[in-house]
Design a protein around this ligand. Structure first.
Ligand code: KIV
Ligand code: ZN
Length: 513
């Protein structure tokens, strides 16, 4: 079977999802998990976009072994040089440079003629090639570009040294059979195509990103650009787990394989969801909570008799085990650390101390602690950036037909600050108390709560979005006490907002994105 390369852009296009901003620690944690998953290439970010992006790409390049590490760059010199500054630490670095090729983008956005765009693309690839042999060129909005022009520009960049040519459906406009034919036309229309890998990058505006990517594979694409859980700009990108499991489950049809270690899929999906705060819809294919749940009696009966009656994939194959944790309140720090290791976490020092303390608290408050509980807790505690405001405690008085009062304690610069507030409900009261400690303008934009596991004593997981200086920040908090989880989530978003290197001047404002 021929191999399809999996190029993961969760940390770049995925991070362009509204409200998602990952810190360097979180990005490195995701990148390490992507390496365990077996992706061929990790696009770690867009180094020119901001100092934060630069640091993240550099940190991934320095610490993640195995996959190719790519960084995005427009075609100008400064972008490409900056990308290389961050990528040069990687064992296998790739510069991914792009320029738009559709008439609408060239005319209105770039204000350049097709010939100017072609010359610029060639210049960029040559410059990138002077740094690394591995150069990818993307023709942004390729699907709405003139195919003849695309063939010309691809031939020219391959001649200049591009080793991968990427064909994005930037606005998610294609229909699968049309996209398949488009890829075939490019494969047949570029004379030197045998010197480059054909890649596709599909957005999901019509819900067709995975279908379009599969149609492309059928017509010659050998690299597919995806994100975990399908996150990304607008409606997102092709979802890694769906694409990989389609290729695997229908391998007799596609006759292709990937390098993906499928048992790591579920863990990767959870990590990305937990760190980005982007909740997975229950009916999401492959990784949704309901993806392997059989509700109707007829289906349940069938599955009990023979799993394959209603299941085309085995949940164990994607790493869903339903394991309970065999640790409890009497377990020691070492056993806890080793169990985390078996789940794919290397937690040390202060992060381990914090996670262990919260684990002990949880054991006091919950009868059965599952791996799911532990993963939720560790994802929340371990990858936090520095905490300007650290949660200490909360006390609530609330009830029917009375106002709620919240007293919140927060550690600031080693000092405990406590404030109380009264409001209609306990969450509002606790957020007002926090606002009076923080003394800055944070506006709550969104609030969602769900339980981590089943059961009355389950932990509540709260995800909030707050607006600060016109930007949206996501925060996450968990606790068996949902008001405490709410306060923790709010403080987490506030800390992120304060820590995050200003990305306002970045992705959204970088011309050409
Ligand atoms: O969607 C797109 O066109 C992109 C390119 C930069 C590859 O993300
Ligand atoms: Zn994209």
């Amino acid at each position: 079977m021929e191999k399809v390369f999996i190029f993961d852009t969760t940390l770049r296009d995925g991070e362009q999802s509204p409200g998602v901003s990952l810190n360097v620690k979180e990005k490195v944690a995701i990148a390490k998990q992507l390496a365990r998953l077996g992706v061929d290439c990790i696009e770690a970010g867009f180094p020119f976009a901001s100092p934060g992006d630069f640091e993240a790409v550099k940190a991934v390049a320095q610490s993640v072994e195995g996959p190719v590490i790519a960084g995005l760059a427009r075609t100008n010199e400064a972008d490409i040089e900056r990308a290389w500054e961050a990528l040069k630490y990687a064992q296998k670095p790739r510069i991914h440079t792009f320029i738009a090729t559709s008439e609408i983008h060239m005319k209105y956005k770039l204000k350049k003629t097709p010939d100017e765009v072609l010359q610029e693309a060639v210049r960029a690839v040559k410059l990138a090639k002077s740094f690394t042999p591995d150069v990818e060129f993307s023709a942004e909005d390729a699907f709405r570009s003139d195919v003849k022009f695309l063939c010309e520009i691809f031939a020219a960049v391959i001649e200049a040294g591009a080793t991968t040519i990427n064909i994005p459906d930037t606005v998610g406009y294609a229909i699968p059979w049309e996209f398949g034919a488009f890829i075939k036309a490019i494969k047949e229309g570029v004379p030197n195509i045998d010197r480059a890998v054909i890649s596709v990058h599909c957005h999901n505006d019509l819900g067709l990103a995975v279908a379009n990517s599969l149609a492309a594979v059928e017509n010659g694409a050998r690299q597919v650009e995806v994100t975990v859980n399908g996150i990304g700009e607008r409606a997102g990108n092709a979802s890694l787990e769906e694409l990989v499991m389609a290729l695997y489950t229908r391998r007799n049809y596609f006759q292709k394989n990937t390098n993906i270690n499928t048992v790591e899929i579920y863990r990767t999906s959870k990590l990305v969801s937990n760190l980005t705060g982007m909740v997975i819809q229950p009916n999401k294919a492959v990784v949704g909570k309901n993806a392997f749940v059989h509700e109707s009696g007829i289906h349940q009966d069938g599955v009990l008799k023979e799993r394959q009656t209603y299941e085309i994939m085995n949940p164990a194959m994607i790493g869903i085990t339903g394991n309970n944790l065999y640790l409890g309140k009497h377990s020691g720090r070492h056993a806890f650390k080793m169990h985390l290791k078996s789940l794919g976490y290397e937690v040390e020092g202060e992060a381990l101390t914090k996670a262990f303390a919260r684990f002990k608290e949880l054991c006091d408050n919950k009868k059965v602690v599952t791996d799911e509980d532990l993963i939720a807790l560790v994802d929340t505690e371990t990858f936090k950036g520095p905490e300007v405001y650290q949660f200490s405690h909360i006390q609530i008085s609330s009830g029917t037909n009375i106002s709620s009062t919240a007293t919140v304690g927060v550690i600031v610069d080693g000092q405990l600050k406590e404030k109380a507030a009264v409001a209609k409900g306990p969450v509002e009261a606790s957020y007002q108390a926090i606002n009076s400690i923080v003394e800055e303008d944070f506006v709550l934009k969104d609030y969602a709560i769900k339980s981590v596991t089943a059961g009355e004593d389950a932990q509540g997981e709260v995800v909030v979005q707050v607006i600060y200086n016109g930007r949206v920040f996501t925060g996450r908090g968990i606790s068996v006490d949902i008001i405490e989880a709410s306060a923790r989530a709010y403080l987490n978003a506030i800390n992120k907002a304060l820590n995050m290197t200003k990305r306002t001047e970045t992705i959204e404002k970088v011309e050409g994105m």
